[in-house]
Ligand binder design. Structure first.
Ligand code: UDP
Ligand code: MG
Length: 323
């Protein structure tokens, strides 16, 4: 690695972004552990908590924490905008020379941020956690996640590292570059991979949630996976071409065969069943492809409206409002 000593400040400010959605069960545990991990490091730090439209006591708890701890900033959304947007808002509000992103539920050990900072000081711009094991997840989630990341890499031109989440440390330069990407369908781990820079994979074991429930039920996991694929690949659109070539090929063979029988024998090809199946098959394929095209068109429509990514209802602990 180049010479990091010129580019990295001797006593940097590190921001830690924590997205929180209905996390009243964990905030009281997370904050002390995160603070202790950061206070042990030879850096200045700020903790940027983003309450993503929480409907429980999360925002109130964060407000109390902020009153007692000058390291804490709190951003409260006007409603639930989703995990990836909450992280984006945290990065927008962070002032650090480097920014760490960590979930509120302590699945990712905050103590690892120190190791990430060490790698950052060596000159890496992105240090992402790579899960070598995951505790407390269902076999179904593990299998689908594994399968998903491999499929995504086959489809996408950007190489998106396998088995990584959003737990990572990014340099200020990377954060600024990310802020230049205004897309609404945000798949941050892919966006950071797309940015390039010097990236380092830090292996770690993912723990189970300390308390509370996952905010990613199956429905949201599917939506998230769809975002990942559609934001990083247009291959699904090409499926239509291949299906068209294959079915047209079959059709030509069928036509030649039917003509041949009719012209050179006294028989003819009969049967309404094969006809019906062919029609149903083509109808089904066309509807599926129309749906895929529609997904992309819908996304273009959504981007075209140029709405803001999120709306902040309240902020505490920032210089411009002392909360
Ligand atoms: N989260 C959020 N907004 C949402 C859903 C989740 O800010 O709409 C936060 C949540 O509070 C947590 C992180 O995103 O800090 C990851 O969510 P969770 O732990 O529920 O996901 P899992 O680890 O089960 O994939
Ligand atoms: Mg979690």
């Amino acid at each position: 690695m180049g010479d990091p000593s010129d580019s990295r400040p001797a006593h940097p400010l590190i921001s830690v972004v924590v997205p929180c959605y209905n996390e009243e069960a964990v905030i009281g545990v997370t904050h002390p552990r995160l603070s202790a991990a950061m206070a042990a490091l030879p850096v200045d730090y700020e903790l940027v908590y983003v309450s993503d439209g929480s409907r429980d006591r999360t925002l109130g708890l964060l407000r109390d924490i902020q009153k007692a701890d000058p390291h804490v900033r709190v951003v409260g959304f006007s409603r639930n905008f989703g995990h990836q947007i909450a992280v984006t808002a945290g990065v927008d509000h962070a002032k650090g020379d480097a920014i760490a992103i960590i979930d509120a539920d302590l699945q990712d050990p905050p103590e690892l941020i120190g190791d990430m900072i060490a790698k950052w000081r060596e000159g890496y711009d992105v240090v992402y956690g790579k899960r070598i094991s995951r505790a407390g997840e269902s076999a179904f989630k593990l299998a689908t996640a594994r399968w998903f990341y491999r499929l995504l890499n086959r489809l996408s031109d950007t190489v998106i590292p396998l088995d990584t989440g959003d737990f990572r440390l990014i340099d200020r330069q990377v954060a600024d570059a990310m802020r230049e990407m205004p897309e609404h369908d945000r798949f941050l781990r892919g966006m950071v991979a797309w940015l390039g820079f010097r990236q380092y994979a830090l292996p770690y074991s993912r723990d189970a949630r300390v308390a509370g429930e996952t905010k990613y039920p199956l429905r949201r996991m599917i939506a998230f996976a769809t975002d990942g694929i559609l934001s990083f690949s247009i291959s699904p659109l090409r499926v239509a071409v291949w299906l068209g070539v294959i079915t047209a090929g079959f059709a030509i063979v069928g036509i030649v065969y039917a003509l041949f029988i009719r012209l050179f024998s006294h028989e003819w090809v009969s049967g309404w069943a094969s006809l019906l199946f062919a029609i149903l098959l083509m109808g089904g394929v066309q509807l599926i492809m129309l749906g895929i095209v529609g997904e992309y068109v819908g996304r273009i429509y959504r981007e075209g409206k140029k709405r803001p990514l999120y709306l902040v209802r309240e902020r505490f602990g920032f210089d411009d409002n002392n909360g």
